[in-house]
Structure formats: C-alpha cells, structure tokens
Design a binder for this molecule. Sequence first.
Ligand SMILES: *Cc1c(COP(=O)(O)O)cnc(C)c1O
Length: 405
Amino acid sequence: MSFSVDAATERIIAEEDAHLAHNYHPLPVVISRGEGAWVTDVEGKRYLDLLSAYSALNFGHSHPAIVVAAREQLDRLTLTSRAYHNDQLGAFATALAELSGKDLVLPMNTGAEAVETGIKVARAWGYRVKGIAPDAATIVVANGNFHGRTTTIVGFSDDPSARDGFGPYAPGFVHVPYGDAAAIAAAIDENTAAVLLEPIQGEAGVVIPPEGYLRAVREICTENNVLFIADEIQSGLGRVGTTFACDREGVVPDLYLLGKALGGGILPLSAVVADRDVLGVIQPGEHGSTFGGNPLAAAVGVRVVEMLASGEFQKRATALGEHLAVKLDELVGHGVTGVRVAGLWAGVDIDPARGTGREIAERMLARGVLVKDTHGQTIRIAPPLVIRATELDWAVEQLKHVLGA
Ligand SMILES: *Cc1c(COP(=O)(O)O)cnc(C)c1O
C-alpha cells in the first residue's frame, strides 16, 4: 500500500476486518463527518469527495434542506408499511411523476430492487398486454452493464467478478454490445418484452454511447412494441446536466429506474416510474417491500424532487462539467490515455505506466481527494453537484501531481 495510516485509523480498520464480511475493498480512510463536497476523517483530516457515494450524494453531504425535511419527519412518523396509507407518500409520488412526465410511481428502497421491479413489470406487461406466451418473455441487456447485485441481476452481468460462482442464473436475458442499436433490432423477436439499458454505463467507467444511440433504441422499441427501460439510477437526477441522461437525446423511455440520489444522500430510496398502461399492470399483492414508500423516505424524496424541479443542480452540473472536461483533456497524453465526460461525471483512463487505478486512488487519498477506481485502469469522478469550480481545479492539480505529470 502506497499510503500509510495512523493509529486510530488502523485500529478502526482492524476492528472492521475482524467481523465485517470482505465484500468490499475500501480505501484506507475512516470518515466521520461530511458537509457539502467535503468529508473529515477520524484524525480530523479533510478530503474532497469526488465519488459522492456513486452519485447517491449528488446534493452533497448533509444538504441543509434535505436534512431539515428528514429531521422533521423523523420526529413525526417513520414507518407504516404499505398496509396503511401515510401522509407523505402521495405527495412524493405526485412530485416524482410530474418531474418525470409519467403517470405512476412504484417506490422501493435500493437500486437493485428498482431493477428487479422493472423486470417484473416488463414481464407482466409482456404477458398481459403484449400477449407473450407464458414464461417465454425475454429482456435485451447490454454487455458491460451494471444493474446491481441480486442473483437475477448478476446472472445477466458479463463481469466475472460480479457473476461467477453465484449460479444457477435466471434465464430470459439476451446480450447485445453496448452502443450498437442495430444489434438490438436484430436481437428482438416476438418474445421480447423490454430492452434494459444504462443511458451511460457508470460502473463500466462512464461509457457514453454514440450520439443517436438512445434515439435509435427508442424508435426500435416503439416499432417492435417493446418497452424501453432506462436504468437512470446512477446517470439520472442531475448528474449529467439534465434531469435524466435520456434527456441529452430528447428521449423518453417507457420506464425510468431511479435510486441513489433520490434518497438525498440520507437513506435508500428507489422508484420505478412509468405510464399507467405499463405500471398499471401490477395488481395488489403482486409486488411490494416493507420499507418501500415509507414516510421518512417519502419526505426526503419530496424535498429532493423539489430541488431537482428548480433546475439549479442540472445547470451547475453542465457548467462545472464543461469546466472539468477542459481541465481533464489537458491531462491526455500526460499519464491519462482517455477521458469521457458527461455533465459532472467523468471516466479517466490511467496510463498503466503511471500505476493502476487503485494506486492512483490511494495517492489521491494521501493528497486529500477521494476518487474510486473501476475495472483496473479507470478512475471515476462524480463530485457532489454543489462542489465549486476552484475545488475541482485543485482536485485536478492533485491528479496531475500523482500522475507525475
Ligand atoms: C448502483 C446502481 C444500481 C444498484 O443500486 P443499489 O442501490 O446499489 O442496489 C443499479 N443500476 C445502476 C446503473 C447503478 O449504478
């Protein structure tokens, strides 16, 4: 490890190591506070957060307006289950439907649950509306996808570390190369219920499809009576400078899958959003979640949607993203082999001669910047949208330094 830690940090990490399942390999920092784009570790050292919990913290740590909404609700009512109505959920569904331009909202908790819900809805629609033969429905997915960690979802991942050893895998998924609309057209047959895609592949390294891809997918789905499901769990809610990444091409999918930032960085809140002719297929008793749509999450969600409806965060992401793109482009050829930027979201490919993505992330950590590697040589940059341009500049300076540029 290229990064030395002091005693308190070491003790806390050792304590975790003793009894925590090793399903993650965190960077050696123990965070105890967060505000805006900054976090503080147990030693009092501050770090600029360029990961934002994989875009769950689009509004930054402890955004005052979201914290107030959560605190007020915390004192009133937190959980009812959907066995009863609560006085927050209707307002949340109304606000999110309006923001999305859709009729209905199905609230869940985690992103993976939203994906699972989307799969169930698509299959139910396939049988009940499209008339696909029982148990024959298929869903077209892309190579390089990341949609979560449940057994069904990892079954249609093509990343060996996510998938291998957890079978048997659920059937009914057809793979196509990402970014190739003709391959989707060729993969569709009478049993196809849906095409499920990330409009930009986050976990794959912020992979941006060719211009026109999403529009072509939309047309192909419409022509073939197939649902277009956009997994906007990481790409949506302001990250790329628009409310949804699909907006970049003026495309409206049949289902939005939302999560991460929807919970305001406070709690897990996900949702499937679609029109009545699609989401209306689900009947009472067919799907649910004990915590899904709980009043605490709904109160937070209402505030988050209100903030997005102002357009302020989308504007910031656009302006700051353009700024970041210029700075990152200057690094190409100087320890960086490629850069992809969409809004305030970047994948930076590190020249293997300068170190692995993990090594770069560790060196950045030592200089007070949190980034995360993905797939070996790529660094993912997704700062809170509240970050300032001068802070971004400073972070890029640190990157330049650790690359030895
Ligand atoms: C993070 C993510 C998920 C899964 O969300 P969880 O809340 O971790 O279950 C699904 N899809 C995409 C695109 C994601 O980035």
